[in-house]
Design a protein around this ligand. Structure first.
Ligand code: MN
Ligand code: MN
Length: 331
């Protein structure tokens, strides 16, 4: 949004300029609304279950029954939506365009599951994601613990075949496991085993926990990434993935606990928010078909540090997708 457009909108504000999550006329564009008030959909997108004419559906997956350490990521989607209000008044900087002028983005709300029937949850999440994908929309999921990536990858792989995974995390999440266990540290082992992802065209970044097996994934661990730097890492990502359909999965514990205290399994020696945002920006031009930001556990957060980081990363991910699209909104 131009400064003039923002000024014009603020100066002609009407009562409809609040609660734009339910009052906005279009899923395109940025509308200014006081950051501290109103219904907090993600980035003030319209809350909608109707996915016609939608490019990206943002949805929450408030599931944290697969955590191995501290629970609480079930409250992540709500916290990320709330923090995103402070980003919703202008486009992300350094792109030169507003991703919301190029993409029709809605907040689909949260996926449903019955926590009293845990064995049914993976199938239930998968079916809901499959329904979302049937509208040819791109999913942006807000976790929830990292297991929520698994049903999403299952649904995406049915449409695209084995997917290239770009995975930011302190943990590999590929620890060997028995079939059908629901665990946020093993779902990428299962995703590879079941052919949802293709490890030979996938890359993992930021690991700093021990796993002697890679299962064919390229692993750029934290030591490598700190020593080699972001540009080398981006080169490695683009070389590995090319223009294949890829899924970006961002576990917020990729960040150092200093930058993301609000997570269930923090690991020292990680990365700054600046480094993470630079890496995400460097994904522009990739063929992204889905993405998530997971493991935000607000009970351990301070001053919204973690939730704001997650919202900012999700905002940049939208810009990554938009970088391949023309402008479709000229209001
Ligand atoms: Mn993870
Ligand atoms: Mn992790």
């Amino acid at each position: 949004m131009s400064d003039q457009r923002l000024h014009d909108q603020l100066s002609t504000a009407t009562p409809r300029a609040i609660d734009s999550a339910i009052t906005r006329p279009s899923p395109y564009g940025t509308l200014a609304e006081p950051t501290y008030s109103g219904i907090t959909s993600f980035l003030r997108r319209p809350y909608r279950k109707d996915l016609r004419d939608t490019d990206v559906a943002v949805f929450g997956a408030p599931f944290d029954l697969a955590t191995t350490n501290r629970p609480g990521a079930r409250l992540g989607p709500r916290a990320i939506r709330s923090a995103s209000a402070s980003l919703a008044w202008c486009p992300p900087y350094r792109w030169g365009f507003d991703p919301l002028d190029r993409l029709s983005v809605v907040d689909f709300g949260d996926l449903y599951f019955d926590p009293g029937r845990p064995a049914d949850i993976p199938q239930g999440l998968y079916e809901q994601v499959r329904d979302i994908l049937s509208h040819d929309v791109l999913p942006l999921a807000l976790g929830g613990d990292h297991f929520v990536s698994f049903p999403i990858l299952r649904a995406l792989s049915e449409r695209h075949g084995p997917i290239s995974l770009i995975h930011f995390d302190a943990h590999s999440d590929t620890w060997r496991d028995e079939d059908d266990r629901v665990d946020h540290g093993t779902m990428f082992f299962h995703a590879a085993r079941l052919g949802y992802v293709d490890p030979s065209t996938s890359i993992q970044l930021g690991m700093r926990t021990f796993n002697e097996e890679t299962h064919g994934f390229q692993v750029c661990d934290a030591e490598w990434l700190h020593a080699q730097g972001i540009d080398r890492a981006l080169h490695a990502i683009h070389s590995r993935v090319g223009q294949r359909p890829c899924y970006v999965s961002f576990d917020i514990d990729f960040l150092d606990p200093a930058f993301a205290p609000g997570t269930g399994t923090p690991v020292c020696g990680g990365f700054s928010t600046h480094e993470a945002l630079r890496m995400v920006r460097g994904l522009a031009s990739l063929n992204v078909i889905g993405m998530d930001v997971v493991e935000v556990a607000p009970a351990y957060d301070h001053a919204e540090i973690t939730a704001l980081a997650a919202a900012s990363i999700a905002h940049e991910l939208l810009a990554v997708v938009a970088s391949r699209r023309p402008c479709r909104h000229d209001d």
